[in-house]
Design a protein around this ligand. Structure first.
Ligand code: GLC
Length: 731
C-alpha cells in the first residue's frame, strides 16, 4: 500500500530556513527525539537530563517550577549536540492561578469575548510560570452527562463549541505567538472522544462519518481556522480505529482537507495504548501506525524514540513522514520564539491572581450562573432581609468550587459564597452557616438537626448542594446523576420548615434535580465557578446583576433519557407524549406508537439554551430578508427584543434554523447565532443575524460540504424551544 502521506498530499509545510538547516543536520535519532514528550515529574530526573543531552526529547509536560523548566532547557540548549530548545506544556484548562469557571460553566455565559479574555489571562499567568503551551481548549462535543469530561467541554452544540473554542484559541495564542504573555493552544481530544459508549471515559465511539464530520469535528475545524497550533489525538477507538492511529481523521481530514500545518500530540500514552486496544502487537507496530496516521509528537510513551530510526533504516516507513513530523515540531518551537528566547524570565512582579484577573473571574462566575427557577421573585434577595441561613458544605469550600483540571489554582486564593455573603451583608444581615453534612457524598445525617434549626430561625435559607470537583473530569463518570449522598434528604428536611429555600447547585455536569427543584423557591446553577465563585454568585443573589447564563447542555429528567439533546432528528414518528395513557386489557393500542417512553415525558427537565433572568423578555417583529435567495446567497434575520419587566437584565438572544428537507435527515433545529443584549426595564432593541449559505452547509451523502436549495425555518428566542418563527427559501 502506498504510504498515506502520498495518498493525501498536504500543502507543503512552512519552510523556515533555520528549521530546514537544522533538519538537514539531524540524525534519525534526533528527529525521533523531537517527536517525544516526557512527563517532567514521572521519570527519573537524571534519566531525563541524560536523554535531553542525547537529543532524545523534544518536549516536556509538567516540568514543575520555572527554575526546573530553565534547568532542563539549559541542558537542551547548552549540552545537546544541536542545542534545540524544548517546548514545555501543561494543562491550563480554565485558568492557571486564577481559576475561571469550568469550561462548561464558561460556555453557559454564551460570551465569546469573556471566554477569550479569560484564556488570555490564563496565558499571562501560565507563561510567567514558564509554560509555553496549554493542552486546551477541550472541544469534544458531549451529549451524555454521565461522561465526567463534559465538565471540561463547551457542551452539546457544535456551533457554540466552535465559537467558544476559537475564542479560547485566540485568547491563549493572541495575535503574535512571540509575545511572551501568550502560549500555544491545543484543541483536544481529536476525535469523537465525547461520544464514549455509555458515558464511560476512554470507551469506544461509533460515529457514522456524516455525524462525525457534522457534529464532532466541527469545533476542531473552527479551532484550526482560528489558527490553533496543535491538536491532541484522543484515547478512544473511533469506529474500530484508535484516534491516535486514525489515518482518516488525522492525515486525510485534519492534515489533508483542512491543511493543518501544526503539531498533533498524542494524549498521555494513547499511542502505546493501541496495544491494549488490540490494534497493534507491540510498540514497533504502534510507531508505524501512529506515524502513518499523522501523530507528530508522542506524549508519555517512547515508541517513536525507540523504533523510528530502525523503521526508517529498514525501509518500513519513509523518511519523509519523520521529516514532516519533526519539521512540524520545530516550526511550532520557532513560531513560539523558543530558538531566540529559550528561557523563561522570572517576572519582576507577578500577575498571578491580581485584582484585574480576579475581577474578570468574578464576571465569569456571574455570567456563568444559570437561573432555573425563581418563584414569587424570591431572588434577588431583598434589601430588607435580616436573617439568612446558609446550608451545605459547598457554600464554604474554597477547593471544591475551583472545579476539576485546575492544578495550579490554590484554595487560599478562593473566595467562597459564605465569605462573599458575610463580606457583603456583614452588619445588615445575620448569617447563620450550618454545613448539614460533612461533604457531598457523606451519608452522615448527624448535622441535619443543626441545619434545620438554623433554617427555622431564618427568613430565607440558601442551600448549596452538588458535586465535589473530583466527581467530574477525567475518569469521573457516573451511572446516576442524582445529588450524591443524602443531600436530597437534607433538602427535604429543610423544606419542611416554613422558610423559603434558594437552592444553589455547584456541579461539573447537568444533574437530575427535578424533585429538588420542587422543594425550592429558586434554583441557581453555578457549576464549579472558580476562584471568585463566591463574589460572582453573591452579585447575582443580591441583585447587583441579573443572571444571564443559558444552558450549554440539556438537563435530562432522568438518566434513562440519555442521550438527550435539542438538535435531534425528527424521526418518522416524533414523540407525542401520549404513551402513558395506554389502557390495560387491550391488544396493541394506536396510542404511543411514536418515539417516546411509557414512563417519562420526551422533553428534558431543562432545555439547551434555557436560563431565566430577574426580568422577562418579549420577542416580536421577526422578519427575514430576502425571503428567497439563491444557494450561495445569504439572508438577514431581524427581531425585536423587549425587557418587559421592572429590572434591567442581559438576554442571550438565540437564532435557530431548521432545514425542512435535505438529502440526509436534518436536526429539528440548530443554533446558528447568538448575541447578548442588555436592556433596561421597558427598553427594546432590534437584533440582527446574517445567515449565509455556508452556515447551512452539511456533509452530504458523499461527505462533501453541501448546501441544498429548499425551505428553511428560523426561530428566535431565549432558548432552544423558541417559538417566534418564520421561513425563507434557498433557490
Ligand atoms: C490526560 C488528558 C488530557 C491531558 C493530558 C496531559 O490524560 O486526557 O486531556 O491534556 O493527559 O495531562
Amino acid at each position: 500500500m502506498r504510504d498515506p502521506a502520498h495518498q493525501h498530499p498536504t500543502r507543503p509545510l512552512l519552510r523556515i530556513p533555520q528549521v530546514e538547516r537544522l533538519l538537514a543536520q539531524m540524525t534519525l535519532a534526533e528527529k525521533a527525539g523531537q517527536m517525544s514528550q516526557y512527563p517532567g515529574r514521572r521519570a527519573d530526573p537524571e534519566q531525563i537530563a541524560e536523554d535531553i543531552r542525547q537529543g532524545k526529547v523534544g518536549s516536556i509536560l509538567n516540568a514543575g517550577t520555572l527554575e526546573r523548566r530553565n534547568e532542563l532547557q539549559h541542558i537542551a540548549v547548552e549540552e545537546s549536540r544541536l542545542g534545540i530548545p524544548l517546548v514545555f506544556g501543561r494543562d491550563v484548562i480554565h485558568g492557571y492561578r486564577t481559576a475561571f469557571p469550568i469550561p462548561l460553566g464558561q460556555a453557559a455565559s454564551f460570551d465569546p469575548i469573556l471566554v477569550e479574555r479569560a484564556a488570555a489571562v490564563a496565558a499571562r499567568e501560565a507563561s510567567e510560570a514558564g509554560i509555553d503551551w496549554t493542552f486546551a481548549p477541550m472541544v469534544d462535543i458531549s451529549r451524555d452527562p454521565r461522561w465526567g469530561r463534559v465538565a471540561e467541554s463547551c457542551g452539546e452544540d457544535p456551533f457554540l463549541a466552535s465559537e467558544l473554542g476559537a475564542a479560547m484559541v485566540r485568547g491563549f495564542q493572541g495575535q503574535d505567538l512571540r509575545d511572551p504573555t501568550h502560549i500555544a493552544a491545543c484543541a483536544k481530544h481529536y476525535a469523537g472522544y465525547g461520544a464514549a459508549e455509555g458515558g464511560k471515559d476512554y470507551n469506544s465511539t461509533h460515529l457514522p462519518e456524516q455525524l462525525l464530520r457534522e457534529v464532532y469535528l466541527a469545533p476542531f475545524r473552527a479551532c484550526v481556522e482560528a489558527g490553533v497550533l496543535t491538536l491532541m489525538s484522543a484515547f478512544n477507538d473511533l469506529n474500530g480505529i484508535p484516534a491516535s492511529g486514525n489515518e482518516l481523521t488525522l492525515r486525510r481530514i485534519l492534515k489533508g482537507e483542512w491543511d493543518f500545518l501544526g503539531v498533533v500530540v498524542s494524549d498521555w500514552a494513547s499511542m502505546r495504548e493501541m496495544i491494549q486496544h488490540g490494534i497493534c502487537t507491540d510498540e514497533r507496530e504502534v510507531a508505524i501506525q501512529a506515524l502513518r496516521a499523522g501523530v507528530d509528537l508522542e506524549m508519555a510513551s517512547r515508541c517513536y524514540q525507540q523504533h523510528l530510526p530502525e523503521l526508517v533504516e529498514s525501509g518500513v516507513v519513509p523518511p519523509e513522514l519523520v521529516d514532516d513530523a519533526a519539521r512540524r515540531v520545530l516550526n511550532v518551537k520557532h513560531q513560539l520564539g523558543l530558538f531566540d528566547l529559550p528561557y523563561a524570565e522570572t517576572p519582576k512582579s507577578s500577575v498571578a491572581v491580581c485584582a484585574e484577573h480576579r475581577e474578570l473571574a468574578r464576571q465569569a462566575a456571574r455570567e456563568s450562573a444559570v437561573l432555573l427557577k425563581n418563584e414569587q421573585g424570591i431572588l434577588p434577595l431583598g434589601k430588607d432581609l435580616r436573617r439568612l441561613a446558609v446550608i451545605g458544605p459547598l457554600a464554604d469550600d474554597p477547593q471544591e468550587q475551583i472545579g476539576c483540571w485546575a492544578f495550579d489554582a490554590r484554595a487560599e486564593d478562593s473566595v467562597t459564597l459564605l465569605d462573599a455573603l458575610r463580606d457583603r451583608l456583614r452588619d445588615a444581615v445575620t448569617i447563620e452557616f450550618a454545613p448539614g453534612i460533612p461533604d457531598c457524598r457523606s451519608s452522615d445525617r448527624g448535622g441535619f438537626a443543626e441545619a434545620v434549626a438554623a433554617a427555622r430561625r431564618a427568613e430565607v435559607v440558601l442551600v448549596c448542594l452538588g458535586e465535589i470537583a473530583n466527581m467530574s473530569g477525567e475518569a469521573r463518570c457516573r451511572a446516576f446523576l442524582d445529588l450524591p449522598g443524602v443531600q436530597t434528604d437534607l433538602l427535604r428536611e429543610l423544606s419542611e420548615t416554613e422558610t423559603p429555600i434558594v437552592l444553589v447547585v455547584m456541579a461539573g455536569r447537568p444533574l437530575v434535580i427535578g424533585a429538588e427543584c420542587k422543594l425550592a423557591r429558586a434554583v441557581l446553577y453555578a457549576w464549579h465557578g472558580g476562584t471568585m465563585a463566591g463574589p460572582g454568585l453573591a452579585d447575582v443573589l443580591l441583585g447587583d446583576v441579573a443572571p444571564s447564563g443559558k444552558l450549554p447542555v440539556t438537563f435530562p429528567r432522568t438518566v434513562g433519557q440519555i442521550p438527550i439533546y435539542y438538535a435531534h432528528k425528527n424521526t418518522g414518528r416524533p414523540p407525542q407524549d401520549d404513551g402513558k395513557r395506554i389502557p390495560t386489557g387491550t391488544p396493541l393500542d394506536p396510542r404511543g406508537m411514536n418515539s417516546s417512553y411509557l414512563d417519562v415525558e420526551a422533553s428534558p427537565e431543562f432545555p439547551f439554551g434555557f436560563g431565566l433572568s430577574y426580568t422577562t423578555f418579549d420577542y416580536d417583529r421577526l422578519s427575514v430578508s430576502p425571503l428567497r435567495t439563491p444557494v450561495g446567497g445569504s439572508v438577514t434575520v431581524t427581531a425585536r427584543v423587549t425587557n418587559a419587566g421592572r429590572l434591567a437584565g442581559d438576554e442571550v438572544v438565540q437564532l435557530y434554523v431548521r432545514d425542512l428537507v435535505g438529502s440526509v435527515t436534518r436536526p429539528v433545529r440548530e443554533l446558528k447565532g447568538f448575541t447578548r443584549v442588555h436592556l433596561a426595564p421597558g427598553e427594546s432593541t432590534q437584533v440582527e443575524f446574517v445567515v449565509t449559505s455556508q452556515m447551512l452547509a452539511f456533509p452530504g451523502r458523499d461527505m462533501s460540504s453541501t448546501t441544498e436549495s429548499g425551505k428553511f425555518q428560523v426561530f428566535v428566542g431565549g432558548d432552544s424551544r423558541a417559538t417566534l418563527t418564520t421561513e425563507f427559501e434557498l433557490e
